[in-house]
Ligand binder design. Structure first.
Ligand SMILES: *Cc1c(COP(=O)(O)O)cnc(C)c1O
Length: 377
């Protein structure tokens, strides 16, 4: 299928937020005066300062995407050895560890939040462990206190993959302020987008780390005639930063609209037997990033795959997210055994994330729920 035929009439799992066309044009107009298109220009600097405030973090550095944010955060701490992480995540998290010359060690997830299970962390720690890289899955917050306690005890860095948690707060504190660093993605499909983009948030005590990641995103060049680190090119350009400035003006509205969609889904699906909905976490202000549903085939009467197929026939594209888990990827098959993380395996086989975006109409939500309920035994 080409892009045109996919977009027509179908409901996709997500739809990128865009400002009004004129708003974006007004935002980029000044770039025709100064011809400064990338390399930490005015839009970049303004977005950085607005995001620091919105996210409630001490320091923030912007990147070309969320993946490079994670990779360069790992490099910025000069880590060596093993990183304990979760296989229930997007490819990026695990790839970032491997591509930074580190070895992922997989820890299973908690069955209620789908985030790394702190009770299983200790048994994964060895004298080679350098860091923990947990993921705030679907906007669910990790057990930050337990993770922090263990990390302190063993002197490990904690780097959060916060790609799903833009705007989430935990006990009133911005989620990006937990851990030694938190990495966000501003990809087109995320709650807040800069088309492509990402960020690393960190503490103002870590000035060295901040300097490192700044160097690393610009080839390691510190002065015209001085290259200090083996960097990459991971800068956020001005057009993307301008998109971010526009989208940030509407973010609270967008999240409020998502909340309406999610409560409609909950209303319609919460009583269906064999369907498990995402738990609401207390002390957490959600961003309603995803709506994962677990299908227990024996009780519900149809498998996750059957539901996905049925919806697809009707032009509704839900997503098996995350399936397969990263420790079952073809490229890691020789090194990892996905049966070592049974909860991940089980959730991964049952989960379907239903379409969710700010402008999804409640009548479409009803139609999706109707189709699902029809499949109930
Ligand atoms: C989107 C995502 C990333 C990668 O972000 P990009 O901006 O697409 O590079 C990393 N981890 C998770 C969990 C994600 O969902």
């Amino acid at each position: 299928m080409d892009c045109d035929s996919i977009m027509q009439e179908n409901i996709l799992v997500t739809r990128s937020s865009l400002p009004e066309f004129e708003e974006y044009i007004d935002e980029i107009r000044s770039m025709w005066d100064d011809h400064w298109l990338t390399n930490m220009g005015r839009k970049h600097e303004r977005l950085r300062s607005e995001l620091r405030e919105y996210l409630g973090v001490e320091e923030i550095e912007l990147f070309t995407n969320g993946h490079m944010a994670i990779e360069l955060a790992l490099l910025g701490f000069h880590l060596k050895g093993e990183v304990i992480t979760t296989p229930f995540t997007f490819a990026s998290t695990t790839h970032a560890i491997v591509r930074s010359g580190l070895k992922p060690v997989f820890c299973d997830i908690d069955p209620e939040t789908y985030t790394i299970d702190p009770k299983k962390l200790r048994e994964r720690i060895t004298d080679r462990t350098a860091a923990i890289l947990p993921v705030h899955v679907y906007g669910n917050v990790c057990q930050v206190d337990e993770i922090d306690k263990i990390a302190r005890e063993y002197g490990l860095k904690v780097i959060y993959d916060a790609a799903h948690t833009f705007g989430v707060t935990c006990r009133g504190k911005g989620i990006g302020s937990y851990g030694d660093a938190s990495c966000f993605s501003f990809h087109a499909t995320k709650v807040f987008n800069t088309i492509e983009g990402g960020a690393v948030c960190y503490s103002s005590r870590d000035k060295d780390f901040g300097e490192q990641i700044y160097l690393l995103k610009d080839f390691g060049i510190s002065r015209e005639d001085q290259v200090e680190a083996i960097g990459a090119n991971a800068k956020l350009n001005e057009f993307c930063a301008a998109m971010g400035l526009c989208n940030l003006r509407h973010i609270n509205e967008e999240i409020a609209k998502r909340e309406k969609v999610v409560s409609r889904y909950r209303e319609r699906l919460s009583k269906v037997k064999g369907i498990v909905l995402n738990k609401v976490q207390k002390d957490v202000k959600s961003n309603y990033a995803y709506f994962p549903v677990l299908f227990d085939e024996d009780v519900f009467g149809a498998s996750r795959d059957q539901v996905a197929e049925r919806l697809r026939e009707k032009g509704i594209f839900a997503r098996k997210y995350f399936y397969p888990p990263t420790n079952a990827f073809e490229c890691y098959r020789t090194e990892y055994d996905p049966f070592e993380t049974p909860i991940t395996m089980s959730v991964s086989k049952k989960v379907l994330t239903l379409p969710l975006y700010a402008d999804l109409s409640l009548s479409d939500v009803d139609r999706i729920c109707e189709l699902i309920i029809q499949m109930e035994r």
